[in-house]
Design a protein around this ligand. Structure first.
Ligand code: HEC
Length: 123
C-alpha cells in the first residue's frame, strides 16, 4: 500500500516537473526540486482532488495560475499568509475562480492542495 502510494506521488511529481519547465523563470533547479518534495507529503485524496480541479490551471502554463511545483511563482503568494491565501481560494481572486472549482473541498483540503502546489507548509 505504501509503495503504491509513493509510486503515485512520484509519477505525479514527474508530470508536474515536466509542466513546470515551460515557465520562463530562471529557477529551473528549485522548481524541479520542489515538486517531488511536495508530492511526497500529499495524500492520495489530495492528489485526486488536485487532478480533478486545480490541475486544470495550476499545471497548465499560460493560464496565469502559479504552477504546481514552481517555488518561485509561489513565494510572493505564500508571503501573503495563510488567511489571505484561503480567502482568495474560497472567495476567488482575479482569474482564480471561487473554491478553484472544487465545490466539495473543505478548508483542510485547500490547505493541503496549496501546500502540495507550493511545496511549502502554510503557517
Ligand atoms: C480556472 C483556473 C483555475 C483553477 C481551476 C484553480 N485556480 Fe487557483 N488560480 C488561478 C489563477 C489564474 C490564479 C492567479 C490569480 C492572479 O493572481 O491573477 C490562481 C491563484 C491561486 C492562488 C494564489 C492566490 C493569491 O492570493 O495569490 C491559490 C492559493 C490558488 N489559486 C489555489 C487553488 C486551488 C487550491 C485550486 C483547486 C482547488 C485552484 N486554485 C484551482 C486559476 C485557477
Amino acid at each position: 500500500m505504501n509503495l503504491i502510494r509513493l509510486a503515485a506521488a512520484v509519477s505525479a511529481a514527474f508530470l508536474l516537473a515536466a509542466c513546470g519547465h515551460h515557465e520562463q523563470t530562471a529557477a529551473a533547479t528549485p522548481t524541479a526540486a520542489a515538486a517531488p518534495a511536495a508530492a511526497a507529503n500529499a495524500s492520495p485524496a489530495t492528489l485526486k482532488l488536485f487532478q480533478q480541479t486545480c490541475h486544470n490551471c495550476h499545471a497548465v502554463p499560460g493560464t496565469g495560475a502559479p504552477q504546481a511545483g514552481d517555488a518561485q511563482a509561489w513565494a510572493p503568494r505564500l508571503a501573503q499568509g495563510r488567511d489571505t491565501l484561503l480567502d482568495h481560494t474560497i472567495n476567488g481572486y482575479k482569474g482564480m475562480p471561487p473554491m478553484g472549482t472544487c465545490t466539495q473541498c473543505t478548508e483542510q483540503d485547500f490547505v493541503a492542495l496549496i501546500e502540495y502546489m507550493s511545496g511549502a507548509q502554510l503557517k
